[in-house]
Design a binder for this molecule. Structure first.
Ligand SMILES: [Zn+2]
Length: 378
């Protein structure tokens, strides 16, 4: 897939923010430090990168970068020597080695430049940091200072992008404040932040804020169809629970969405085997969650069901998250035929509609389990 993810045109919505930035640049009034503030997953990091690319593009036109010049292509691949990212990571020390963004950057590059709507929770999972706190340390800020004190290699403007600036720890924030107070020449600093209230007021007062809003449902719907090849019904379901955040939609969609995935596998296994106490246990945990979760479970179930069928047909590029899921699909796909998939999917979609209405989820899901058992055993 082409990775031209960092032109403004490749981002969803955010026209007002983009206009503000373009006007400031046109008038030669772009401040040396910007802070993009807005809800999680609405494209702040993508916008920051699009700005970095625009200010360094050799042939910008119509308010966007060209996507073709040497600066654009290097930025779009995450390999431009004058664009520095500072990412929240698991900060650790091994012997004399202090882990920094650079040590995790390959992982970041592969995800982000493929799809800029990378959620923070996915990033945390990628670093195997579940339950751990990701943050930006003072070591990181010192390394950043060292890098930007060097002359720019290729670009007119060095750019620093700090993702989730609210994760800078106290020592780091103090060091960063000094950097803001004595801004290096020809360097644009862009912070992204979902909750500016946790940042030092002294940092807040030295940056110009630009607000990013939630994305229209219709745009997320389109994005899911194009980027993730979802069919229209599924895209609409996911878009409606995403609350204006494409990254949240990704998160829901993600086969790494462990809880949902495990629940689905356990439920279906119990349904196939007709183990009613186990089915009930699974249903209890689904019913104890809210309606959105229940709908999502069914949406994920339909997707995974179709995956089983594709798997059987030999599709090898399905993103299966775990060994357990791979084993499951290998076994389960043997039981499936096109007719069975269609019949089960239809019942699941009907259940989805019933739960969206005001039906009792316990009853709906119990009935569904019985029907699916019948179809699998037919
Ligand atoms: Zn360009």
């Amino acid at each position: 897939m082409k990775s031209s993810v960092v032109r403004f045109a490749d981002l969803l919505g955010q026209d007002a923010a983009r206009q503000r930035v373009l006007e400031a640049i046109e008038r030669g009034r772009l401040p040396h430090a910007l802070m993009l503030v807005g809800p999680e997953g609405v494209g702040k990091l993508g916008m920051a990168t699009a700005i970095a690319q625009y200010v360094n593009c050799l042939q910008p036109s119509d308010g966007d970068s060209c996507g073709k010049c040497s600066n654009c292509t290097k930025i779009a691949k995450g390999i431009h020597p004058d664009l520095h990212y500072v990412l929240p990571i698991i900060s650790k020390k091994e012997g004399t080695k202090q882990w920094l963004t650079a040590d995790y950057f390959d992982q970041f590059r592969q995800e982000f430049f493929h799809d800029p709507y990378l959620s923070f929770s996915k990033w945390r999972r990628m670093l195997e940091g579940e339950g751990k706190q990701l943050f930006i340390s003072v070591h990181e800020i010192r390394e950043l200072k060292r890098k930007i004190s060097l002359k720019a290699f290729e670009a007119p403007n060095k750019v620093v992008i700090i993702w989730n600036a609210e994760t800078i720890n106290t020592q780091g924030a103090n060091a960063f404040l000094k950097l803001l107070e004595e801004p290096p020449e020809k360097t644009l600093i862009i912070l992204t932040c979902s909750d500016a209230s946790v940042l030092l007021t002294t940092i807040n007062s030295r940056v110009q804020r630009i607000r990013l809003g939630r994305i229209e449902k219709a745009e997320i719907d389109q994005y899911l169809q194009q980027k993730h090849q979802l069919d229209a019904d599924m895209a609409e379901e996911f878009a409606s629970i995403a609350e204006g955040s494409p990254a949240t939609a990704n998160e829901y969609l993600s086969d790494n969405s462990q809880k949902m995935s495990e629940l689905y596998i356990e439920w279906l296994r119990a349904v196939y085997l007709g183990q009613y106490d186990k089915i009930q246990e699974r249903l209890d945990s689904i019913v104890s969650e809210n309606k959105e979760f229940q709908k999502l479970f069914l949406a994920v179930a339909v997707k995974k069901l179709r995956d089983s069928f594709l798997f059987q047909l030999g599709a090898k590029d399905l993103a299966l998250s775990t060994r357990a899921e791979l084993d499951f699909q290998q076994k389960f796909s043997q039981l499936m035929s096109a007719d069975k998939v269609a019949a089960i999917a239809q019942h699941m979609e009907q259940s989805y509609r019933h739960i969206s209405g005001n039906a009792n989820p316990q009853m709906v899901l119990t009935a569904l389990s019985l029907r699916v058992h019948g179809i699998l055993r037919s």
